[in-house]
Design a protein around this ligand. Sequence first.
Ligand code: 5GP
Ligand code: ZN
Length: 114
Amino acid sequence: MAEECIFCKIAGGQLPAEVVYQDEQVVAFKDIRPVAPVHILIIPRKHIPDLTAITPEDKELLGHIHLVAVQIARELGLAERGFRLVNNCKEEGGQVIYHLHFHLLGGRPLQILG
Ligand code: 5GP
Ligand code: ZN
């Protein structure tokens, strides 16, 4: 765990969050400022600062995050309608929290990115 990382603290239970799924590798919780009817953040428990910091060791973890995203989407009725899974990477990608996370967005038609 990285000191002062709010997502590490959420994963460790030291900060509250509306957790919708968790297992030994990942935690998924509602975004505090949702931009869509469904806005969930899926994070690894492991502190990875951003997507460029992944290594071949993280292959299984990244696949697992995608499977969890689909499972949550299915449970929330989004699997048929569709949804978006987004990672913002570093400054120009719009990243604010430097603990790897994927936004699961849905529940309304989403605009084209960019
Ligand atoms: P980023 O811009 O880094 O991809 O997204 C960070 C996201 O984390 C934002 O959508 C923001 O609303 C969310 N966020 C920031 N602080 C907290 C928090 O303390 N709790 C929760 N649940 N979400 C947070
Ligand atoms: Zn962290």
